[in-house]
Each structure stands twice: as C-alpha cells, then as structure tokens.
Design a binder for this molecule. Structure first.
Ligand code: HEC
Ligand code: HEC
Length: 341
C-alpha cells in the first residue's frame, strides 16, 4: 500500500510528459537532435551543460579556453546567425603571414568548424540547443531558410530553361542565315547565349548544392583519391614548417591532440604518428574522417589538397621514442594504426 502514491505519481508524470511531446511535435525532435549532436561533437570541450571546466578536454586545451555557454548576458550579445557562423565556417590561418582576421570574424583555431561534417539543418538544431543552455530560444526561422533554398532551386531551374531556349533559338537563326547565304555558321553570333546558358547551369548546380547541404552531410559518399605525396627533397623543410603552422594556427589540431604532453586529449597523442601511420592514410583521413569512420568525433576541417599534404608531411616528422603518456587516451573506436609503407 505504501508504494501506491509513488506509482500514481509516476503514471501522471509520464502522461504529462507524453502530452508535452505531442504538443511540441517537430520542435521537440529538433531539440533532441540538437542535444544528441552537441553531446557527440561539443561536450568534450564545452561540457554537457556548457559550463567551463566541465568537459574532459577543457583543462588540456591551449588558451583561449572554451567560453561559458550558460552565461546569458554574454551569449545574448550573439545573434543566432553569429553562433551558426562560428560552427559553420572556413578555418582561417591565424599564424604570422596568414589570413587577415577581421574584428567580427571568429578566428580561434581550436574551435573546430563543422561545415564539412554536418548538414546545415543539424547545425541549426545544435544552435537551438546552445540557446537552451543559457535559457533563451532560437529565433532564426529555419523552415523559412529551407523554403528559400527550395525556391532558389526552382528559380534557377526556370532560368536555365529560359537560357537554353534562347540559346537554341539563336543557334537555329545562325544556322538558317548561314544556309541562306551558303557560308559557314558564325559561332560568334550565339556565343553570348551559350555563355549565358553555361552560367545558368552553374547557378543551378550551386542552388542544388545549397539545398543538398541543408539536409545532407557534405562528406557523405565523397571518396578521396589517392594523393601524390612526392615532394622534392629541397622543398621538404619548408613544407613541414608550413604543416606545423597549419596544425596549430589554422586547423587547431592541438585542441584535440597532444604532442609532447601539450594539447587536447579528445584524439590520440600524435608523438609517434611518423612511425605508426601511413602518410597516404593520414592524408585521406584528414580530408574526410567520416568516410573512414562515420561516427568519429574528429570533424572534417575543409583542408585543401595542398594543406592536407603539408600537415601530412609535418606528421611524418613526429617520431618520438618510447610510448609517451597520452597515447593511452586513444578511444576504442580509433582506426587501427597503419604500418608505414
Ligand atoms: C576542441 C574543442 C572544441 C570543440 C569540439 C567545440 N568547441 Fe566551441 N569553442 C572552443 C574554443 C577554444 C572556443 C573559443 C573560446 C571562446 O570564445 O569560447 C569556442 C567557442 C565557442 C562559442 C563562442 C563563439 C563566440 O563567438 O564567442 C560557441 C557558441 C561554441 N564554441 C559552440 C560550440 C559547439 C556548438 C560545438 C559543437 C558543434 C563546439 N563549440 C565544439 C572549443 C571547442
Ligand atoms: C574535435 C577534436 C579533433 C580535432 C579538431 C582533430 N582531431 Fe584528429 N582525431 C580526433 C579523434 C577523436 C580521433 C580518433 C579517431 C576516431 O575517432 O576514429 C582522431 C584521430 C586522428 C588521427 C589518427 C590517429 C591514430 O593514432 O590513429 C590523426 C593522424 C589525426 N586525428 C590528426 C589530426 C589533425 C592533423 C588535425 C588537424 C587538422 C586533427 N586531427 C583535428 C579528434 C580530433
């Protein structure tokens, strides 16, 4: 008899829970998705609830340390789109002689970009979740954004149809004229229409990609061709130096990986990467980690071919003796170390 009231409370509680779920519908789904993605891709640095020194990687990171996402007065100064752009951006070379970083352009290399890993839709779900961490709500209209992208695609399709028709008419006219005068067809007579059609085709491709990236992860199904990693011996030192700079100042690899005991511990320590890992494998891993391990926490950071080559060259020089502390942090899902070829 004693247990009865508890049982009753449990049922009522569950019913209220279901009611809220039905009422919330799609918004709740986005909330759950945002929570799950945040847990997988952000919490090691920012903490489960967004507080400082809560994530297991927080204290190992180089400065600046991740800021407090629960700080309402500070976080409220950022617009939804600002937060989105922090997560969805191209990495900037913050080293000496690198890119110019403007006042309003976020340039902390150890906050990774997820532009090349997650869909736009997923990132909006994360932004919504981050808003909840400091007690506010996402105001950005994500459905409207999707509608705009879909409308842009329809417009681009229409433009291409029109441009194709105009081109075909111009070409036909040029052909008829040539026949009448019994001369060769003057290609120049419809060159403008041809160029306009090519431009419309490009715009259609861009609109299609925009809509695709909204719903699908960008690296999905993209396979990385075997790279040519040969370097003239005289060029090696410069390339290694560049790779080291990119490692720290552009892609912030040190936010997640340690070398010589310095750096984050989300990924394995890389002191012995030069012994353990095959350079071709490293290159392909850097370009698209998700293609090799869909669930890895390491994001694709948008490395160009040249950048990936430089960073790979740098990693081949890491050949510390022994088995330094830190490599035991290697997560279970880590890819098997490949022998050097
Ligand atoms: C490797 C560690 C790391 C990971 C992973 C990480 N961050 Fe960060 N984050 C940082 C650092 C470092 C900063 C820069 C210091 C600061 O301003 O907080 C930062 C800054 C931020 C900011 C503040 C932006 C601003 O303009 O001030 C937000 C918001 C944020 N991160 C959200 C996220 C979200 C969401 C994720 C997951 C999708 C994520 N971070 C993943 C390290 C990380
Ligand atoms: C947000 C954290 C994060 C960032 C940023 C990051 N990595 Fe990783 N990295 C990982 C994790 C986690 C793994 C473990 C493999 C897995 O998840 O399958 C990994 C694995 C690796 C491996 C394979 C290591 C081994 O021993 O098997 C290499 C090499 C590597 N990363 C290099 C880099 C480089 C270079 C950069 C910068 C361009 C970088 N990582 C940026 C998290 C990160």
């Amino acid at each position: 008899m004693k247990a009865a009231p508890l049982y009753v409370t449990g049922v009522v509680g569950a019913l209220i829970g279901i009611g809220a779920l039905v009422a919330g519908g799609c918004a709740n789904e986005q909330q759950a998705k945002g929570h799950e993605l945040y847990g997988h891709y952000c919490s090691h640095c920012h903490g489960d609830s967004g507080r400082q020194n809560e994530g297991y990687n927080w204290s190992s990171m180089p400065d600046p340390k991740p800021k407090d996402l629960t700080n309402k007065s500070e976080m409220s100064t950022l617009k939804d789109k600002d937060i989105f752009d922090t997560i969805y951006r191209d990495m900037k070379d913050t080293g000496e002689g690198g890119d110019e970083i403007g006042d309003d352009e976020f340039g902390v290399p150890t906050m990774p970009s997820f532009k090349y890993t997650l869909s736009e839709d997923e990132i909006w779900a994360i932004v919504g979740y981050v808003r909840g961490l400091h007690g506010t709500k996402l105001e950005f209209n994500v459905e409207e954004r999707k509608k705009q992208l879909a409308a842009a695609l329809v417009t681009a399709q229409g433009n291409l149809e029109q441009a194709t028709k105009t081109y075909e008419e111009a070409e036909k006219k040029a052909n008829e004229e040539a026949e009448k005068k019994n001369v060769d067809v003057d290609d120049a007579a419809y060159a403008n229409e041809l160029a306009a059609m090519a431009k419309a085709k490009k715009e259609l491709d861009a609109a299609q990609a925009g809509l695709n990236n909204f719903t699908a992860r960008p690296g999905k199904g993209v396979s990385i061709a075997r790279p040519d990693l040969t370097v003239k011996p005289a060029d090696v030192p410069k390339l290694v130096e560049l790779g080291k700079r990119y490692y720290e100042d552009k892609y912030g690899c040190n936010g997640c990986h340690a070398i010589g005991g310095e750096g984050g511990k989300v990924g394995p320590a890389l002191d012995r990467a030069g012994f353990r890992l095959n350079p071709t494998w490293v290159y392909r891993w850097l370009k698209n980690p998700q293609a090799m391990n869909a669930e890895t926490r390491m994001p694709a950071l948008g490395l160009s071919d040249a950048d990936a080559k430089a960073v790979t060259m740098y990693l081949t020089t890491l050949r510390a003796a022994g088995n330094p502390e830190g490599s035991s942090n290697k997560p279970e899902e880590a890819p098997p170390a490949k022998p050097e070829s």
